[in-house]
Design a protein around this ligand. Structure first.
Ligand code: SAH
Length: 212
């Protein structure tokens, strides 16, 4: 086993399984994706530590546990179409791609969208589609989505995403301003039903959501 494989295994045991993540697909994906390939070279050796890391442009790759928890909250079985808002490094999208059928991911900073797209392609993740733009608007051409994951903080669910969530679908997001609550919305009979999880801190969603 290589050095990074062994620290990755340790990360999964100590940060993911020990904290209660049970979904086998999520655990397997966290064991497989080479997180050190998603951070800048100077942070490579910290890739499996228990926290977020800078990825350039003032943005961060989320803590491994939070990635695992949000993925588990989506309850994916393998046939789903998932939309992610906030591609960042592409790490969360890579995890999702191993569990869902197709992953659509939107990043508002063009340079990050471009580097994530190239990274995902060179690492062989074929069922991920990256687009640069404001995720507030979603991806109507490919809707409806069985799962939607927002990886930047917003005070409310962007209205177009409510439309683009399939009946029975799940949406997870950090909801709030400076500090947020990680929440799960489930669409039942066209209405969103909310469950609160844990307090979290994400970078804010930019673009249209901030217009009053
Ligand atoms: N999921 C990422 C981490 C995301 S950090 C990963 O696995 O690495 C949050 C990202 O959301 C940042 O890259 C930020 O630029 C992006 N973002 C902020 N507002 C956005 C918006 N309106 N639409 C799409 N992306 C947005």
């Amino acid at each position: 086993m290589s050095f990074y494989e062994s620290v990755r295994k340790q990360m999964v045991e100590e940060q993911i399984i020990a904290r209660g993540i049970k979904d086998k697909n999520v655990i397997d994906a966290m064991l497989k994706v080479a997180r050190h390939k998603f951070v800048p070279k100077e942070y490579e050796k910290y890739a499996y530590t228990d926290g977020p890391l800078p990825i350039g442009e003032g943005q961060t790759i989320s803590q491994p546990y939070i990635v695992a928890l949000m993925t588990e909250m989506l309850e994916l079985k393998g046939e789903e179409k998932v939309l992610e808002i906030g591609t960042g490094s592409g790490y969360q999208a890579a995890i999702l791609s191993l569990i869902a059928k197709e992953v659509y991911t939107i990043e508002i900073i063009p340079a990050l969208a471009k580097s994530a797209q190239q990274r995902l392609e060179s690492l062989g993740y074929k069922n991920v589609y990256v687009k640069s733009g404001d995720g507030f608007l979603g991806w109507p051409e490919s809707a409806p989505f069985d799962g939607i994951i927002i990886t930047c903080a917003a005070p409310r669910v962007p209205e177009p995403l409510i439309e683009q969530l399939a009946e029975g679908g799940r949406l997870v997001m950090p909801e709030g301003d400076e500090w947020q609550m990680l929440v799960l919305y489930k669409k039942v009979n066209g209405q969103l039903k909310k469950t609160e999880f844990i307090p979290v801190r994400f970078v804010p969603m930019k673009g249209k959501i901030q217009e009053k």
